[in-house]
Design a protein around this ligand. Structure first.
Ligand code: HEC
Length: 228
């Protein structure tokens, strides 16, 4: 039996407007972040398999950047995966507000299509380079190549790979299709991209179809030089 620590309504950044003393407001806001550190302690003591945030991680989409960073660091200290679904306070596309890569954070802000990379493909042309260039590359450019891009230097800041594994790049067809099952797994479990905008359900469907067809193309031997 998996052990789930079920939480909700962290509402980080709640402004407490009805409290007149601004120091008290700040203390109450801080208390919400500190509570996340206590959740981390409980998760670690109880050896839970997953921490669930069943809605409203943030109070709004306008939480101060410093507080967003602080809570993400607190989330990063939770030893288990943290699974977040949005609530009515979180705006749709919650993940967009995240400025920091937070290992273990899974944000299910949109339904993820069922399926996996089996190599099943109705139309092989959707696994080929021309389709990649016309329909798939724009998606990878939106979501992936800012870290997984061939021209990027190693490093941590903007314009660098930010730790993305070398050789796993999505701007070149041959490289983009080397790890199809892993590529899908990391999009489906919502850990890639690790921050910023996340692909929508429809975009995920398109990407899954491509990964399946690219796998089929590879298996059919059309693409002999892309072993692996
Ligand atoms: C902000 C930078 C960034 C973006 C954007 C990004 N990644 Fe990553 N990616 C990383 C880093 C850092 C790692 C290594 C740490 C990890 O595995 O979490 C990684 C690891 C991976 C891995 C695991 C490789 C392995 O060896 O297990 C896959 C697959 C992956 N990314 C796919 C993607 C895809 C697909 C996208 C776009 C949908 C994407 N990434 C967007 C930074 C990024």
């Amino acid at each position: 039996m998996p052990r789930i620590l079920h939480t909700a309504d962290w509402q980080i950044g709640k402004p407490y407007r009805w409290i007149e003393n601004s120091q008290k407001q700040a203390r109450l806001q801080q208390e919400r972040v500190d509570a996340v550190l206590r959740i981390a302690d409980v998760a670690s003591q109880e050896q839970v398999d997953v921490v669930l945030v069943a809605g409203d991680l943030f109070d709004s989409s306008t939480v101060a950047a410093a507080m967003v960073m602080e809570v993400l660091e607190a989330v990063g200290s939770i030893p288990s995966p943290v699974v977040v679904i949005p609530g009515n306070h979180d705006r749709r596309g919650l993940a967009r507000s995240l400025p920091l890569r937070t290992p273990g954070l899974h944000i299910y802000d949109q339904p993820v299509p069922d399926g996996s990379v089996t190599g099943e493909c109705a139309d092989l042309s959707k696994g080929e380079a021309a389709w990649f260039t016309s329909d798939i590359l724009p998606l990878f450019e939106t979501y992936c190549t800012l870290c997984h891009g061939t021209g990027l230097p190693e490093g941590e800041g903007q314009g660098t790979r930010r730790g993305a594994p070398r050789g796993l790049d999505y701007d070149v067809y041959e490289l983009a299709i080397t790890r199809n099952a892993t590529t899908w797994a990391r999009m489906a479990d919502r850990t890639m991209p690790p921050m910023g905008r996340m692909p929508s359900t429809e975009e995920l469907e398109t990407l899954l179809e491509f990964l399946n067809c690219a796998t089929a193309v590879q298996a059919s031997g059309d693409d002999d030089d892309s072993a692996l």
